[in-house]
Design a protein around this ligand. Structure first.
Ligand SMILES: *[C@@H]1O[C@H](CO)[C@@H](O)[C@H](O)[C@H]1NC(C)=O
Length: 249
């Protein structure tokens, strides 16, 4: 910290001296440098991990009826006088999702501005994750949210990969929680071959987004050219076709 601070001091002194007609008293310079340092610290370190923008009102119950005539970041609010407790509650997570409707044996049910309009602009989402015996939530990322997951029932192997390609995994028992940092590839695997698992997640955006690594490479519309996938994964054309077909692409 110290060396980079003194480099900044002399750099800003040089910049300020060249901008101003006379040289400045060194006490004032240190104050200037200090504030520049704080400003850049926030810009560089805090700015990159911002969550959704803060609301400008207590709540903004989402207006989801009718066709949209103007477009904003999120959904517009209904008149606050029309807000009711029912806008702030949902039963969307009370029932298990159907894990048999896909070959991986998982189902994620999310809150959103339609089933929970009171969460509009609040910067969060809840998810119910049902995973059948040996089922898998395959490697995926949420571009706009960190996620914290608590295992309610069963046993899960969870993990994420950081940008230096290091894998962090943990075997969760009932009641254990795990956090997946924003934007990093992660997965959840049910270690039990028979019993299903239930986890509940909180995500730090009202629209976290989800991108499955396998789908984002092999089943895009239109397709990523075979030559690119062959080279990227060091496989041949038959491998590309087979993987694409297996993934329903
Ligand atoms: C999750 O379950 C619902 C019904 O409970 C079903 O409509 C949906 O297709 C399932 N999603 C996946 C990814 O299998």
């Amino acid at each position: 910290m110290l060396p980079s601070y003194s480099i900044s001091t002399s750099r800003f002194r040089y910049i300020l001296n060249s901008l101003l007609p006379c040289s400045i008293d060194s006490t004032i310079m240190s104050i200037y440098s200090f504030f520049f340092f704080i400003f850049y610290f926030f810009l560089i370190f805090i700015g990159t991990v911002k969550s959704d923008p803060d609301p400008l009102q207590d709540y903004c119950v989402a207006q989801t009826q009718g066709s949209q005539t103007f477009f904003v970041n999120g959904a517009p609010c209904i008149n606050p006088a029309d807000a009711s407790p029912s806008h702030f509650t949902t039963s969307a997570l009370s029932k298990p999702g159907n894990t048999a409707s896909n070959p991986l044996g998982f189902n994620v049910t999310l809150t959103n501005i339609r089933n929970l309009p009171g969460m509009n602009t609040l910067g969060l989402t809840m998810a119910r994750v049902d995973i059948a015996g040996n089922g898998l939530v395959p490697p995926h990322t949420h571009p706009r949210a960190s996620e914290v997951t608590i295992l309610v029932k069963g046993s899960l192997l969870v993990g994420f990969v950081d940008t230096s390609n290091r894998l962090f995994t943990q075997q969760l028992r009932e009641g254990d929680a795990f956090v997946f940092p924003k934007g990093l590839i992660h997965f959840l695997y049910n270690l039990d071959s028979k019993a299903s698992a239930l986890a509940i997640s909180g995500l730090t955006s009202q629209n976290p987004g989800a991108q499955l690594a396998s789908a984002a490479t092999f089943t895009t519309k239109p397709s990523i050219p075979d030559d690119i996938l062959k080279k990227a994964f060091q496989i041949n054309g038959q491998d590309v076709s087979r993987i694409r077909k297996n993934l329903g692409g």
